[in-house]
Design a protein around this ligand. Structure first.
Ligand code: UGA
Length: 450
């Protein structure tokens, strides 16, 4: 099927290239000319494992194209997938202006009826508005647009695998033809019939995903409800971690056992600096605002947000307790990205931590395996190290802010030698307290006995 993806952020790029990988003809477009130029020249604007290989292969095989003229790209597709950003407004509501722009353009330039699929995360009832705008702007050509909601559940860092091996595919539709088209689009995934670029030696036995058909309103709520629940789970684990710390229990042991209950599940119970990124914090806020506007008091979620914001304060207090005075101390921070395997620093707890320590007068050296380039644009008054050892040299403390595997596997004896004071504060519970003590470190983590 001929598909057009509008918006070449990480969702658009992963979606477009994976749809091409499973056999569709895909045109990706974006109104950011610089980004399109970069993509056309074969470079990717983001770091995402496995994505470069998929883009390179599908372009070479002629199924993936980048088209800088948005109107041309829109005209060419039988179905249009809207993957533009919906950033938070100061009120917490999602800014839907990019969706509105694309809808007006589709309505105006289309010459045939099309299926318009929302993939961007949007509040419930956006589909109705989308349909209204398409109808108004498409009236001159008397076109009937069909609208569907197909929320994405891609995690940065594992997005290609998530697309090809999803645990569910949700399609919100209001007519049979749209459902049929979406089933056809995802057939290779629901049948698990494609050459997997992630598992080169063969995929592990992963059950084929269920394609869940719902109304458009339900599909829109499913996305917000999923991300908000995940955020709540993390804040819950963080509260239990605080209590465990006070009572001399170990959060790892506690959550390991709690997560064995299949009604709870083992994931997203890792205590630490809290959740960040461009999805969980903004989706949580948008869901709370949507509830408020509809007379539903979702203070349960508001509390999850408050708990999350307090994580950095609490960690800085830990640093203060250990160092006594923060001002002018040489502090190394390992990790800037909001989570490992991405270069994304948007709403990153690690960046918040760095900014807090700068404002406290610390002398900071930072290192991240992938996010340095992005961080350079937004961090002033810090030194950037070429690796973890460079930032450990003469440091009074080393803080772990993102749980990259690379940090787990460092030569910690060498780091011990390099530091002025062998003090490590682990905001992600990445390392083993026993091993760190044995290596001679003063070591503090989150919700684990000191
Ligand atoms: C999230 C969802 O997990 C995806 O399902 C969804 O598709 C995506 O948002 C989206 O809306 O596009 P992502 O933002 O990539 O994915 O990141 P997550 O893996 O959810 O992690 C979010 C944050 O929570 C990170 O800062 C991570 O460090 C933190 N986290 C995660 C914890 O603090 N503890 C945990 O146990 C798990």
């Amino acid at each position: 099927m001929k598909l057009t993806v509008v918006g070449c952020g990480y969702v658009g790029l992963v979606t477009g290239s994976c749809l091409a990988e499973i056999g569709h003809d895909v045109i990706c477009t974006d109104n950011d000319a610089a980004k399109m130029q970069m993509l056309e020249s074969g470079k990717l604007p983001i770091f995402e494992p496995d994505l470069d290989g998929v883009v390179e292969k599908t372009r070479r095989e002629g199924r993936l194209k980048f088209e800088p003229k948005v109107a041309d790209a829109v005209q060419a597709g039988e179905a249009i997938l809207i993957c533009v950003g919906t950033p938070p407004l100061p009120s917490g509501d999602a800014d839907l202006s990019a969706i509105d722009d694309v809808a007006r353009l589709i309505g105006t330039v289309s010459r045939q009826p099309k299926l318009v699929i929302e993939k961007s995360t949007v509040p419930a009832q956006t589909g109705q508005e989308l349909k209204r705008v398409l109808t108004i702007y498409g009236r001159k050509n008397n076109l009937e647009f069909r609208v569907a909601s197909n929320p994405e559940f891609l995690r940065e860092g594992t997005a290609v695998g998530d697309f090809l091996h999803p645990d569910r595919i949700v399609v919100g539709v209001e007519d049979e033809k749209s459902e049929k088209q979406l089933r056809e689009i995802y057939k290779p995934v629901t049948d698990q019939k494609f050459n997997c670029p992630v598992h080169l030696k063969g995929c592990p036995p992963i059950p084929p995903p269920e394609l869940i058909v719902t109304t458009i309103n339900s599909a829109e709520i499913i996305k917000h409800a999923s991300n908000s629940f995940l955020a709540m789970k993390i804040s819950y684990a963080n509260m239990v971690a605080d209590l465990a710390e006070k009572l001399g229990a170990n959060i790892d042991e506690v959550m390991h056992a709690v997560g064995r209950d299949p009604r709870i599940g083992p994931n997203f119970l890792n205590a630490g600096l809290g959740f960040g990124g461009f999805c969980l914090p903004k989706d949580l806020q948008a869901f709370v605002r949507l509830a408020e506007r509809n007379g539903v008091d979702f203070s349960l979620l508001r509390q999850a947000e408050i708990v999350n914001k307090q994580r950095i304060d609490q960690f800085v207090e830990k640093v203060r307790r250990a160092l006594w005075v923060i001002r002018e101390k040489h502090i190394g921070v390992l990790g800037l990205a909001f989570k490992p395997n991405t270069d994304d620093i948007r709403f990153s707890p690690a960046m918040d931590l760095v900014n807090r320590l700068i404002s406290e007068g610390a002398s900071l050296r930072v290192y991240d395996p992938e996010a340095m380039e992005r961080a350079r644009h937004s961090l002033k008054n810090v030194q950037f190290g070429a690796n973890a050892y460079e930032i450990a040299k003469d440091a009074d403390a080393l803080l772990i802010a993102t749980e990259w595997d690379e940090f787990r596997n460092l030569d910690w004896d060498r780091i011990h030698e390099l530091m002025s004071r062998p003090l490590v504060l682990d905001g992600r519970n990445l390392l083993s307290p026993g091993a760190m003590k044995a290596a001679g470190f003063e070591y503090y983590s989150m919700g684990r006995p000191e």
